[in-house]
Design a protein around this ligand. Structure first.
Ligand code: PXP
Length: 237
């Protein structure tokens, strides 16, 4: 079974566009869980344009499913994650001002750094996932680093899916097989949507979790949040 973790960064972005607290991020997170989401994902960035660091502990305190914090492991991020103790921490290699995550780690080149960070988080009982491009060598080094899971970056897949779905998913199928062989859990995320999600899930091995934000929140404008969550869940069942 593949779990749906709803990324609520876009909801925070709307809230942050005005003073005040509308929409209320805590209420939205709680309702996502009520309406079937099996996890909540947030991605604090250094400029806090999406979720704010001050949102994290209250979100963790009320979470009844799985709380996943993504981000680049700078000092502030790591200190906060160690204090908040989410169920899962997904490490991404984003430089500070990036629009959105658009590439995975170089697990070979950053081996020592990632080994230290992953070990640190795991020592606090936090499950760790590394954001990766679907490349077997990167998966192999991720396993040597000692991460629990990997999250495959699906942005390029989503783009290429429009032209040739089988070609687009081929590297993901191979990377998922490598992960399964090495005993790594598999997550995926970025630009997954109602058109490509079912195909993706059917073509990779043992997909444990997807985190979806942008498309799901856009769909919620038309279908409502409760309906949208159900529609995404139906693609995963
Ligand atoms: N995974 C990671 C590491 C991300 O940075 C994001 C975007 O914040 C997502 C998944 C979700 O991508 P999307 O918003 O396109 O669904």
């Amino acid at each position: 079974m593949t779990k749906l973790s709803v990324n609520i960064n876009k909801v925070a972005l709307i809230r942050n566009s005005r003073l005040g607290n509308m929409p209320n991020l805590l209420t939205v997170a709680k309702d996502c869980e009520l309406w079937g989401a099996q996890g909540i994902t947030v991605h604090p960035r250094p400029d806090e344009r999406h979720v704010r660091y001050s949102d994290l502990q209250p979100l963790r305190d009320q979470n009844t499913t799985e709380f996943n914090i993504e981000g680049y492991p700078d000092e502030r991020f790591l200190k906060t994650v160690m204090a908040v103790k989410p169920h899962q921490c997904t490490l991404v290699p984003d430089p500070p001002g990036v629009l959105t995550s658009d590439a995975g780690w170089d697990t070979k080149g950053q081996f020592g750094f990632l080994q230290d960070v992953v070990g640190h988080l795991k020592s606090a009982g936090i499950r760790v996932s590394l954001f990766l491009n679907p490349e077997e060598e990167m998966v192999d080094y991720a396993a040597r680093i000692g991460t629990d899971r990997i999250e495959l970056y699906t942005g390029k897949f989503a783009h290429d899916f429009e032209h040739d779905p089988y070609d687009a998913v081929a590297p993901h199928a191979l990377a998922s097989q490598a992960a399964a062989t090495l005993g790594l859990g598999l997550n995926a995320g970025h630009d997954l949507n109602l058109k490509n999600l079912k195909f993706y899930r059917e073509n990779v091995v043992d997909l444990l979790e997807v985190s979806i934000g942008h498309a799901l929140i856009c769909d919620a404008i038309y279908y409502g949040l409760q309906n949208s969550i159900q529609m995404y869940l139906s693609k995963l069942s």
